[in-house]
Design a protein around this ligand. Sequence first.
Ligand code: FES
Length: 185
Amino acid sequence: MTSLPASAAPCSCACSCEPSETEMFARLDEVISEYREKPGGLIPALQTAQSVFGYLPETVIRRIAEGFGKTVSEVAGVVTFYSFFTLHPRGKYLVRVCLGTACYVRGGKDVLDAFKKKLQIEVGETTPDRQFSLEVGRCFGACGMAPVVMVNDTVYQRVKPARVGEMVNQIVAGAVVAASEKEHT
Ligand code: FES
């Protein structure tokens, strides 16, 4: 396995530069070396790999399978079992609209439709500029504040469809990075 030179680690500075594919695979090899001997190490290895690549492409799954001495189908089975793993690239902002019972009753479907219209994508899709991906959730544990939307780790409460356009603009402007919780009333 390739060991990771310090200079090959993904950039952690404040600049907007992206690590090269070579750097990302070097990081992947380091992750495999770190976890392959550990019991239950496959899941954290996949999680770290997904954080490095943004998703789990086939090439990454193959490399992990090889590193862990497993078949590709074994690793792919784990990836498809857990919903937090994704085989497709996601946008910079993952919008998850809750369609649990409380949110649905209080207009979650209308909120979802507003996001579809604003972003011009369907559920499970990513905008061509890779800014936004749209998914649905099944209760985020904040039913009293329904309808609820999560954007990355930021919770938006009592979201109104009419405010979705403004919300998207604020997200692009950095609201998600700046705030951990935001209420739209
Ligand atoms: S149903 Fe949406 S947060 Fe519980």
